[in-house]
Write a new protein. Structure first.
Lengths: 188, 106
């Protein structure tokens, strides 16, 4: 088994996405990655029973859901000490990425953000990143999630290295929407 | 409540490192094939989304007061159109970006 290969056969994913078409597409992508169990939810309300049930290993949640947002979903799960899914990894998917939204995602306790649209390769790389992420969790009155105060020299070993991964300075807001590379810089 | 640093067990990390499963190359190739297969359907999705978006804008504009709910629904719809880039439709994504911006800024 190569270092880059991930065995998803024993992983239960929960996909929380309002758009049924895209939700099914993500489920299809995960199935082809070899994921063993995929649960789907249209809203945070639908997602919550899966999360309180404790049979989910990973959540892919869209930021913009009708009713409770993806950000609030992460916060709610992280804030409840009784929730068995409290510390599981969350990737927040975002269609529109102004800096204010990306900061919300970082501050809600998500592990990482993936900007839509994304290819299967990009999703795989982000899953690899989370698999190698060894940050401790911070439990504070106003924040519960992976430690935000860290800098690394790019991705952990073996994950999608590119020239810009070496940059550790977070740039100024360049425009209304941030690129995936800019978002990654905020999370790493 | 004090600030605590908690070392949590990442069960996901442990499980994905077990032997077996598909190789990265195989997994991505298979997923790419699924995306490719779904491509033709995307045109139908977009047509449907644009009709819904048009109806939401009409409703929002015709309202006497600022109709936040319709703008919010229009923003969500524009965000759905944005996913075209997954299917290689970069132009659809660019256009939907501008729609998102206009809904976002009101």
């Amino acid at each position: 088994m190569a270092q880059d290969d991930l065995n998803f056969s024993d992983i239960a994913f929960l996909v929380v996405e309002a758009d049924a078409n895209f939700r099914q597409l993500i489920a299809g992508i995960l199935r082809e990655f070899g994921v063993g169990g995929i649960k789907e939810a249209e809203s945070a309300d639908e997602a919550m029973p899966f999360l309180t049930g404790g049979n989910v290993d990973f959540v892919l949640a869209d930021s913009h859901l009708s009713g409770v947002s993806g950000f609030e979903l992460v916060q709610t799960v992280r804030a409840n000490p009784e929730n068995p899914s409290r510390f599981i990894p969350f990737i927040v998917m975002m269609s529109h990425t102004p800096m204010t939204h990306v900061m919300k995602a970082r501050d809600c306790g998500a592990n990482i953000v993936v900007a839509k649209p994304f290819s299967p390769a990009v999703l795989y790389h982000r899953l690899s990143w989370v698999a190698r992420d060894e940050r401790p969790f911070i439990v504070a009155p106003r924040y519960i999630g992976p430690d935000r105060r860290f800098k690394i020299e790019g991705y952990p070993n073996g994950v999608g290295r590119r020239a810009e991964d070496q940059q550790t300075d977070v740039g100024e807001e360049a425009g209304p929407a941030m690129t995936q590379a800019e978002i990654d810089a905020m999370f790493t | 409540m004090q600030v605590q640093k908690v070392k949590v067990e990442n069960a996901f990390s442990r499980k994905v490192r077990q032997r077996g499963g598909r190789t990265k190359i195989e997994a991505i190739q298979r997923a790419d094939a699924t995306v490719e297969k779904t491509k033709p359907k995307y045109h139908d999705w977009v047509a449907e989304y644009i009709m819904q978006l048009d109806a939401l804008f009409t409703k929002a504009k015709s309202s006497q007061d600022f109709d936040m709910r319709s703008f919010d629904a229009a923003y969500l719809k524009a965000a759905h159109i944005r996913t075209g880039g997954t299917f290689g439709n970069e132009m659809t994504t660019a256009v939907a970006d501008r729609l998102c911006e206009s809904c976002f800024t009101g």
